[in-house]
Write a protein that binds this ligand. Structure first.
Ligand SMILES: *[C@@H]1O[C@H](CO)[C@@H](O)[C@H](O)[C@H]1NC(C)=O
Ligand SMILES: *[C@@H]1O[C@H](CO)[C@@H](O)[C@H](O)[C@H]1NC(C)=O
Ligand SMILES: *[C@@H]1O[C@H](CO)[C@@H](O)[C@H](O)[C@H]1NC(C)=O
Length: 297
């Protein structure tokens, strides 16, 4: 009986607690680790050296240990919470930066994941200059390393009205989950469990192999921004919004049951977005630290 009542209380408390958590966590920690591992392995000598110097000793020169840092500092830097996403108005499947890059809670324009990537990339250009930067460049590295993951998660550029899928409850097979969380973690973790024997390193190897084999023709395009300067976060956001409509929201309305059909058809999208995020993060850091980036912001 005692146990029953404790259990009963937990059941009552846990959902409330979850509701109170900020809804801004991009990819679970695993997704961010994957993005940063892929990126760090692709750094040029100059960029690898700079990253090593900016990382605290405790990170053991492993950028991926700090790629969820931005999710753990909401209480210290509440102003940064709006920098993890960018939402379009209801049912609009195209991202428009001048309209959609807004901190909606405070009504401030120009505050969203797109602006944040430009912001911190620009700050990083001060690395190695003679005058000491007024920014903490370690944080200027941690923030975009995280935001490059977020911006590639389609539902971080989903609709404002459902909070990027957070307000849509579906069933993942038998379990109730919100759609945003399914895209942050569940598809990825289900894939790693089912096809990679729960071995995350094996999954990352497979993804890296696909970058050099399956997607080899596209990688150069990912690393560049057409005729625009790097980085081009508004382009990454546009791609995410399109994927959100085409894949995330499609057949996933309130109460839908998502099973093999949804899982197997969406898994390639998750894989590709993780790969693109890692490849592009490396491309940006390489150019920043080789001082080849012409930023016009
Ligand atoms: C840019 O970075 C500074 C320093 O961290 C921060 O105060 C500001 O809010 C950031 N703005 C955006 C849009 O990221
Ligand atoms: C810069 O930021 C990092 C990460 O938050 C922190 O550990 C470090 O103490 C900061 N450096 C300075 C000089 O404030
Ligand atoms: C790698 O590519 C193969 C062939 O297209 C695909 O079946 C597999 O799911 C991909 N794995 C990852 C992790 O991208």
């Amino acid at each position: 009986m005692g146990q029953y009542s404790i259990h009963h209380q937990l059941v009552a408390i846990v959902p409330l607690f979850i509701l109170l958590l900020p809804n801004i966590h991009g990819w679970g920690d695993d997704g961010h680790v994957i993005v940063c591992k892929i990126a760090q392995a692709r750094l040029s000598e100059a960029a690898a050296e700079a990253v090593k110097k900016l990382l605290p000793i405790s990170a053991g020169n492993d950028l991926s240990t700090k790629c969820s840092w931005a999710d753990h500092v909401h209480h210290i830097y509440p102003w940064a919470s709006a920098l993890h996403y960018a939402n379009t108005p209801e049912a609009l499947c195209s991202y428009k930066n001048s309209r959609d890059c807004v901190d909606y809670k405070k009504g401030i324009k120009g505050r969203c994941v797109v602006a944040a990537i430009n912001n911190y990339t620009t700050q990083l250009l001060e690395y190695g200059s003679d005058t000491k930067s007024r920014y903490n460049l370690t944080q200027s590295l941690f923030f975009p390393s995280h935001f490059m993951g977020d911006i590639h998660q389609p539902l971080h550029c989903g609709f404002l009205s459902d909070n990027g899928g957070n307000a849509i409850t579906v069933r993942w097979y038998k379990r109730k989950q919100n759609l945003h969380h399914i895209w942050d973690s569940t598809i990825l973790l289900t894939e790693v469990d089912k096809f990679y024997d729960s071995d995350m390193d094996e999954f990352i190897d497979a993804l890296q192999q696909n970058i050099t084999k399956v997607w080899a023709d596209q990688v150069e395009e990912w690393e560049n921004c057409g005729d625009k300067d790097l980085p081009c976060p508004a382009t990454y956001a546009s791609e995410s919004t399109i994927d959100a409509c085409k894949w995330a929201y499609k057949d996933a309305t309130e109460g839908s049951v998502l099973n093999d059909d949804y899982f197997l058809s969406r898994l390639p999208i998750v894989n590709m977005r993780l790969a693109q995020a890692g490849v592009r993060l490396a491309a940006i850091l390489n150019r920043v630290f080789e001082k080849k980036l012409a930023m016009s912001i």
